[in-house]
Write a protein that binds this ligand. Sequence first.
Ligand SMILES: Cc1ncc(COP(=O)(O)O)c(C=O)c1O
Length: 398
Amino acid sequence: MNCSKRVSSMQASPIRKLVPYATKAKQNGIKVYHLNIGQPDIKTPDGFYDVVKNFNEEVLAYATSEGMPELLEALQAYYKTYDMNFEKDELLITNGGSEALLFTMMAVCDPGDNILVAEPFYTNYNGFAQCVNVEINPVTTKAEEGFHLPSKDVVLSKVNDKTRAILLSNPGNPTGTVYTKEEIEMIAEIAKEKNLWIIADEVYREFVYDGLEYTSFGNIESVQDRVVIIDSVSKRYSACGARIGSIACKNKELIAQILKLCQGRLCVPTLEQLGAAELYKTPVSYFKEVNDEYKRRRDVLYNELMKVDGVICEKPTGAFYILAKLPVENAEDFVIWMLEEYNKDGETVMVTPAEGFYATPGLGKDEVRLAYIFKEEDLLKAAKTLADGLKKYMEIKK
Ligand SMILES: Cc1ncc(COP(=O)(O)O)c(C=O)c1O
């Protein structure tokens, strides 16, 4: 029996595909520090669990396809705090930001179309696009420029007659880059000039450090008919397992079209939606605390990386990732070696090879993404272990 070309040609998630090596290391009694995945250890706010514990309906029924009123209202109120005013029929609740991205791609592209994406990008963009026969059209950004966007002319030169949308994660995963107001406005101008949708992946909206100003596409008035905002409680409230995301768009026609996809998959889990509605009522002071924590962690990891000969990286200003260039030829080989061959006092580290965050062949081969999602003391230990492993690997490969 043959499987479809669509699924066979899909990439395995570069973030998850090396997990079996980590599993084997653990079976051999090695402790593995997982800096490879964006699963934060921050406590999920109590409100989520309180609602779930107090649920006492006799039947756990389907929810409405567009999302439950409780959650839609809470989401509306959340957006209002950012001066974004969405009607209820301009919002849809989805199974994580992942489904929101997939549905949006399906709704704005036909097979063979392409979406402009700043690379390196969140690797699943590629997976979702492959799933629906859409191409990622990469605009390359560089470590030495803090992964900021190239000039308008360069971006424009990538647009062709099959380009339907520009997709930007802000702050960026895996780069941690927070785009400037000028960059956001430049993308808005291009979208208008070339009649493109803007898919604004803002799942890390609150994670911005060093007092930087954050500009959401939701606040650029001139493009509101073409902006689709993707959101999620996964990182925002450290509730990855809830699988609650959303689509916000003032273009009611697009929402009506995506609603058909939502109806096809019936609904998003009921209990998690009620819990997520509580999450969206979390006071803003929560973000101050969490951000201070992430900023300290970023500094610990960045400072340790800077001590390692040959490691090149910019200090990220958002999200919770660092993309680092290592003095190795093949980062994936190094990651596997760390899991198969190396340990220091019974401990090792797993990071993600960055090649899968690029669509341009050959880029990112010597880069890795590290997520600073542990407490400082563990992070420091992990960073020191990684540095030691890298030194040993370099000696062997000399
Ligand atoms: C940039 C970005 N967008 C979307 C997602 C999807 O998240 P979820 O499906 O958990 O909401 C992630 C998850 O890591 C992400 O990093």
